[in-house]
Ligand binder design. Sequence first.
Ligand code: GDP
Ligand code: IMO
Ligand code: MG
Length: 436
Amino acid sequence: MNNTVVVGAQWGDEGKAKITDLLAEDADIIIRYQGGCNAGHTVVVNGETYKFHIIPSGVLYNDKICFVGAGTVIHPESFKKEAQELLDRGVSLSSLKISPLASITLPYHIDIDGISETSGKTNKIGTTKKGIGPTYSDKIGRYGLKIQDLYDEEFLNKRLDDILPLKNAALEKVFNSKTYSKEEMLKYCREYAEIFRPYVCEDWVKILSDALKHDKKILFEGAQGIMLDIDYGTYPYVTSSNPIGGGAGTGSGVGPTNIKNVIGVTKAYVTRVGEGPFMTELLDETGDKIRNIGGEFGTTTGRPRRCGWFDAVLSRYCVLVGGLTQMAITKIDVLNDFDELKICVAYKDKRNGKVYEDYPTNINLHNYLEPVYITMEGWKQDLNGAKSIEQLPQKAKDYLKKLEELVGIPITIVSVGPDREQTLMKENPFKTKVLI
Ligand code: GDP
Ligand code: IMO
Ligand code: MG
C-alpha cells in the first residue's frame, strides 16, 4: 500500500497541481479532499496550460478515476464552467465522480463572503470571495445542503423550510442584502441536479472498498496549504477547511491507516496571497524580483502574491502538523539569478532576544518577532540541462541539502519549470525503485 497525499506546505499555490498531475500517471484513483473553487491549480503539459478549481488535477489522464470528495464544497456555476471548458478542449470527464456527501456553495454563500470582505471589518481575511467560509460554516452548523439532497425533492423542500427563514433574516438584517425565495432556490437546485447528475457517485463506498482490497494506488490532492488550515494555520487568516495530511482521511472517506506517504509541496521560497502574518516577507526589490520572475499572481483572483525567503521554521511545523514524509521543492528555477539566497532558521523576539526554533502558533506574538537568516550562495545559471537532482549545479544541490537538513525530511522531487517534463524525481511513491 503506497497511497499518497499531495499537500501544500506553505500558504497555497506551491505547485501542488503540477506534482499531482505528475504522480497521477502511476495512480489508479485521484481524490480531491477539501476546499472549493477558491483553489487555482495549474498543470502545463507540452506547453498547454490547464487550470483546475474543483476538478482533480489528475483528470488529464483518461483512465483514472477522479473523485471530488465529501470534504469539498462545490459551487455549481463554477463547476459547470470548469467542466465545460475542459470538455471544449477535448478532455474526457467520463471518469469524474462527485461524492454525494460533498457540500454545495449556494448563491447566498457567495453574497455573504463578498459582503463580509468589503464591510470594513477590522480583520479582513482577503478571501477569494468564492463563498468558502459561509459554506463550511453552514455545513458545520448543519444548515448546509449536500449534493445528494438535490435528488430528493421532499427532503429538499423540508430542508429549505428550515434553512431559508434563518438565512433570509440574516441576509436582510445583518448583511443588508437580497433574500432568496423557496421557489427560486428549488429552481436553482433542480437545474444543478441535472448538471451534476452524470458525475454523482452513489456507489463510492464500493469503489473505494474494492480499491483498497485490490491494493489500487490512491493519490489524494490537497488544496490551499497547511498554513491556511482552519485548525493549524495562521487563524483567522486561513481558509475554512483542513488541507493538512489528516484532512485527506476525513475529506475522502479513506481512513488514516490506508495512507502511507504525505508529500509536502513547498516552493524554494515562500508566497502568500491575502492577509495575515508572513515572517520572511520581502517588501523590497528582492520581493518584487521573485514575484516577477516567478509570475506570482493568483490563478483564481489574479492578485499579486506576497513573496519572501524560504522559512525552515514554518516548514518544520508543517512536517509535524501535516504528517509530511517527504518534500517536493518547486520553482527552484525562479532563484537562478540571485547572488545570495537567505533561509530563515529561527525567529527572534526583538524585545528580549528570545530565539524560537519551533514555530510559535500564537500569531499575536509574531508582531514582536523577526527572522534569523543564514545566507547561501546562488548558483547563477539555468537548470535546463539537469536530468536528475544529481546533475543540478553544485550550489543548487547545496541549497537543497541545507533545506533537507533544516526541515528534517528528504526532498524526493525537484521542479525546475512549469511543464510536466521539467521535473527531477528521485523517488516515485507508486514505483518501488529509487530513480535518482
Ligand atoms: P497550486 O495551487 O499549488 O497547484 O499552484 P498554482 O497552480 O496556483 O501556482 C503554481 C504556479 O507555478 C503555476 O503557474 C505553475 O504552472 C507554476 N509552476 C509550478 N512548478 C513550477 C516550477 O518548478 N517552476 C516554475 N517556473 N513554475 C512552476
Ligand atoms: P490553491 O489550492 C492560495 C487564501 C485566500 C485568503 C484565505 C481565505 O490554489 O493553493 P478563502 O477564499 O479560502 O476563504 O480565503 O485563503 N486562499 C488561497 N491562497 N492558494 C489557494 O488555493 C487559496 N485558497 C484560499 O487568499 O487569504
Ligand atoms: Mg493555486
